[in-house]
Design a protein around this ligand. Structure first.
Ligand code: FE2
Length: 337
């Protein structure tokens, strides 16, 4: 223990980033080290990403301890993201977390990756009880705390918003890289568009469907009758506006006074502006997780692990199995009143 303060080391490996974060009980970030697997071309292969994680894990953990200026003996618990995520990637993180816990006789804390995105957002923005809009490559959901858990009010019925944007960008020859000068390449290309083309817009209550929009936008690309900039603009407008509409319904439904935008797609200034306008209409405040911590990182796992550890939530290493489909609403949140 560090000067009497609880310190937790967190491991993140649910997708393409392997991260190790270390935090103390005051929410001070002592270390944040990460490495992201980037394939040379094409999509991201879970097995190759997992191989990357295994290759870098020991060095990243060692580097995080050095950055924090502590040794493993100063760490009170090891937290690990056990899901949701890609199976091979999750297992790579679980292996090192279990090894650390067993070898150094440390308690192991099982962290849900989606809960961690919410908790790091709350810690860094000061939001207390927000409606959460969590958008990333693998997740698109609208959630809020109710009855002891984060309840999902709306979500994608098929692919995630981030994945939808990335696949389109790749097929259109705009990516990789997916982000240029802090903007997603689809956002950038859309800035030069001027015409709105009719594309699917699918909101069902508070749920969303992105696959039809993606297929139709890709078809427009192949047909070649429209300018790429116009397709990007129309595609982006529908993709974001669908999310805003579903979020607005959830905000009216839950009557929360704060909205937290988090996940990798939260960095989009276009999406932020749209959400800001909607939130203002409802006299609520918008909180955006800082870009550095909106994407996957070990700090969010460490911080959520610390909250859980303080409530005595740990797991035996032998039972720490990964769960690719571990839902947000399956996790008790005892630190929220
Ligand atoms: Fe994530």
């Amino acid at each position: 223990m560090l000067k009497g303060k609880t310190v937790v080391l967190g491991i993140e490996s649910t997708a393409h980033t392997f991260g190790c974060g270390i935090v103390d009980e005051d929410g001070k970030i002592l270390a944040d080290v990460r490495d992201t697997y980037v394939p040379e071309k094409g999509g991201k292969h879970p097995r190759e990403a997992a191989q990357h994680h295994s290759n870098v894990s020991a060095e990243i953990v060692a580097k995080a301890l050095r950055e924090a200026g502590i040794t493993i003996n100063d760490v009170d618990a090891i937290a690990v993201a056990l899901g949701p995520g890609l199976g091979p990637c999750l297992r790579a993180g679980a292996v090192i977390a279990r090894a650390l816990a067993i070898h150094y006789s440390k308690p192991l804390v099982p962290v849900n990756h989606a809960v961690a995105h919410i908790e790091i957002g709350k810690l860094l923005t000061g939001a207390k009880d927000p409606l959460v809009v969590y958008v990333s490559g693998g997740n698109t959901l609208i959630a809020a705390f109710s009855g002891g858990r984060y309840r999902v009010f709306g979500e994608t019925l098929d692919i995630a918003l981030g994945n939808c944007l990335d696949v389109f960008a790749r097929e259109a020859g705009l990516a990789p890289p997916y982000v240029v000068k802090g903007m997603h390449v689809v956002d950038l290309c859309a800035e030069k568009g001027s015409k709105i083309i009719d594309l699917p817009y699918v909101v069902k209550g508070e749920d969303l469907s992105y696959s039809g929009l993606l297929t139709a936008a890709l078809k427009k690309l192949t047909e070649g009758n429209e300018k790429l900039e116009d397709i990007c603009l129309s595609f982006r407008e529908n993709a974001y506006n669908m999310l805003i509409e579903a979020s607005e319904r959830a905000l009216a439904h839950t009557r929360k006074k704060e909205v937290l935008l988090t996940g990798g797609v939260a960095a989009s200034p276009i999406l932020q502006n749209k959400l800001k306008l909607m939130v203002k209409e409802h006299n609520a405040s918008l909180h955006v997780t800082p870009k550095k911590y909106a994407g996957d990182n070990g700090v969010m796992i460490a911080w959520t692990g610390l909250l859980m550890f303080k409530y005595g939530i740990t797991i035996e290493s032998e039972k720490a199995f990964v769960n690719q489909r571990w839902r947000l609403d399956e996790v008790d949140i005892p630190w929220m009143k």
